[in-house]
Unconditional design. Structure first.
Length: 265
């Protein structure tokens, strides 16, 4: 399979024997149990599973926002201990500051990180052009569609050129047509940047269309029940890709696994 990072080798994210437990008034809850996942440099991995299976928790552990109870997590070969600066994070809602323009919302990342202003401005311009936001630099969030707001959020997450981009249901609140367009846009941006991506989604079609591999998780405590390779070309037309035998085979297998999980649950 051809990817934009064929010449790159190495591991971007290494999760080994990861277990996460939380304590509450109702007792201890195991969110993740003995999870192993290695993600290569420049790889796009989608993570699917039933609600409450620990998908978002997995991203938070990789980001250093949640501590593991057992096992280990590494980013670029270094142990994750505390919040990580070399990642980007995109959430379901864009979380833009209503009083800041598109450009200033993106540059908020530079302000928080103390980036060089000239370099940050140049990168901001490049991302605005790449994501089709040209002409909207001075627009406020309420003047943008939901899809455009998520583009701004994506630009902000990419401004410092993170080694790993974590995405937690970033298009879940969008209408179906806008979501399809954002899938196409995200896949194009990934091809152009070569950033390693971990995407959490409830959409099987989205998971398979975007990824090199799809991770299917069990109900809580979350475990990886299968890792599926997606044997599709790097350049993927949305409609025609959905009709290919390769796409249908993987998508049906994911649905079969999730269906089996639902029956067992």
């Amino acid at each position: 399979m051809s990817t934009p990072t064929d010449t790159r080798t190495g591991t971007a994210v290494a999760v080994d024997g990861l277990t996460v437990r939380f304590s509450s008034n109702r007792g201890e809850v195991t969110a993740l149990h003995d999870v192993d996942l290695h993600v290569g440099l420049g790889e796009f991995v989608s993570i699917v599973g039933p609600s409450g299976c620990g998908k978002s928790t997995l991203l938070k552990v990789v980001a250093g926002l949640t501590d593991p109870s057992g096992g280990s997590v590494e980013l670029g070969g270094a142990s994750v201990r505390g919040p990580q600066r070399n990642i980007g994070y995109v959430f379901q809602r864009a979380a833009l500051l209503e009083w800041r323009t598109v450009r200033k919302n993106i540059l908020l990342q530079a302000e928080m990180r103390g980036m060089d202003k000239r370099a940050a401005a140049a990168e901001c311009d490049r991302l605005i052009e790449m994501t089709g936001l040209g002409g909207f630099e001075n627009a406020l969030p309420h003047e943008l569609s939901g899809g455009m707001q998520q583009r701004v959020s994506l630009c902000r997450a990419l401004l410092h050129r993170p080694e790993v981009l974590l995405m937690d249901e970033p298009f879940g609140a969008l209408d179906a047509l806008t979501r399809e367009r954002m899938n196409v846009e995200l896949h194009r941006i990934w091809r152009e940047t070569g950033t390693t991506v971990l995407l959490v989604t409830h959409s099987v079609a989205e998971a398979v269309y975007l990824a090199n591999r799809v991770v299917v998780m069990s109900p809580r405590p979350g475990k990886i029940i299968e890792l599926l390779d997606v044997d599709l070309p790097a350049h993927r037309e949305y409609a025609t890709t959905m009709e290919t035998p390769e796409f249908i085979t993987v998508a049906n297998r994911v649905r079969e696994l999730l269906g089996a999980v639902a029956q067992a649950d």
